[in-house]
Design a protein around this ligand. Structure first.
Ligand code: UDP
Length: 341
């Protein structure tokens, strides 16, 4: 007998699609809602190629009550929800704050209301290590102070965590908020991966696009930080490890293992890597050289942040399995497969 149905909002996106695959691997039956604003329908066929299963897909928007109602009417046996659907570009959020507040904040509110109307009480929420800003101490634990957000995007994640805090107090809703560090890499099959719209903002898609010849050169933002080699330090983790953490989190809710109605976990490897180390590792592992230059610091970047993963390891029972080399090699295989598409 297959395990329960899990609604995955934004299930065609980067982290969502990898999570759908891991839900199938664990025996669950995913149901996807995605408006395809920042994702592409061919990913659904790729999920089928990987898993041999055809996910139920609704083209719809979590901000649209009618879309959710129609879906939940048809699938009255959904046991839990993993909520990815949100905008995620920091720079764009500064230019278009209302677009971000509407989609990310209203989307969560409407979703929670409709789930409560149907008595669906289990929600896993995508949060971010941006809530920590530049931490005074690294690695950061879940108890490290949340700092004032640098961007409307970061603020939507903080507000959504607050909405969950208030909601679980007065309802049957139980939630787990996962604070991701820097997810990169792609599925081993190279059939799914990250699909940036336009010029990538993130480091690894920029590297792979430069290596394949789509971009002329990478600019490393800042070389005078107080770090091992002057470039910023982040905690990069493999998207497949991250996807598995979501399966573990929904399982924890379904099995009533939570000790609080809202639990928060940092998801990272616990190890910081500098931008230069990422570049050097990419070149060493793929044998592909590309041009890069050092440029000025990017506004809003923190110097370094990496996770204390003790709570995720001991309480959630999850630990990353893949290293930076594997993250970069799989990201490269994905980029090459895209260029053949
Ligand atoms: N970065 C860079 N050049 C780029 C994109 C990113 O040097 O073209 C650096 C950025 O300054 C940061 C790190 O790579 O130190 C990771 O940035 P990304 O945007 O991927 O993630 P963030 O940590 O900002 O969420």
């Amino acid at each position: 007998m297959s395990k329960p149905k899990i609604l995955v909002t934004g299930g065609v996106g980067f982290i969502g699609s990898h999570t759908v695959v891991e839900l199938y691997n664990a025996g669950y039956e995913p149901v996807i809602i995605d408006n395809l604003n920042n994702s592409e329908a061919f990913i659904l066929d790729r999920i089928t190629q990987i898993t041999g299963q055809k996910p139920v897909f609704f083209k719809g928007d979590v901000c649209e009550r009618a879309d959710l109602q129609a879906l939940l009417e048809q699938h009255s046996d959904i046991a839990g929800v993993i909520h990815f659907a949100a905008y995620k570009a920091v720079g764009e959020s500064v230019q278009h704050p209302l677009k971000y507040y509407h989609n990310n904040v209203s989307g969560l509110v409407v979703l929670l209301q409709e789930l409560q109307a149907k008595g669906i009480n289990n929600l896993v929420f995508s949060s971010s290590c941006t809530v920590y800003g530049q931490p005074e101490i690294n690695p950061v634990t879940e108890n490290s102070p949340v700092q004032k957000a640098e961007s409307p995007y970061g603020n939507t994640k903080q507000i959504c965590e607050e909405i969950l805090t208030d909601t679980v107090k007065v309802s049957d809703t139980k939630a787990i908020a996962l604070r991701y560090f820097n997810p990169i890499g792609a599925h081993d099959s190279a059939l799914i991966g990250e699909l940036p719209l336009g010029v990538p903002n993130n480091l690894v898609p920029f590297i792979t696009q430069t290596a394949i010849g789509k971009r002329e050169k990478l600019t490393i933002f800042g070389s005078d930080y107080n770090t091992v080699d002057g470039t910023c330090v982040r905690d990069y983790l493999h998207v497949v490890d991250l996807a598995i953490a979501h399966v573990r989190a929904i399982e924890r809710l379904l099995n009533n293992e939570s000790t609080d109605k809202l639990e928060i976990f940092n998801l990272g490897t616990g190890k910081g890597s500098s931008v230069k180390e990422v570049v050097d590792t990419f070149v060493a592992e793929t044998g592909v050289n590309f041009n890069f230059v050092y440029g000025p610091r990017r506004d809003g970047d923190v110097e370094q942040v990496y996770a204390d993963t003790t709570k995720a390891n001991n309480v959630l029972g999850w630990k990353t399995q893949r290293d930076l080399k594997n993250m970069l090699v799989t990201a490269w295989e994905w980029e090459k497969s895209l260029s053949k598409k």
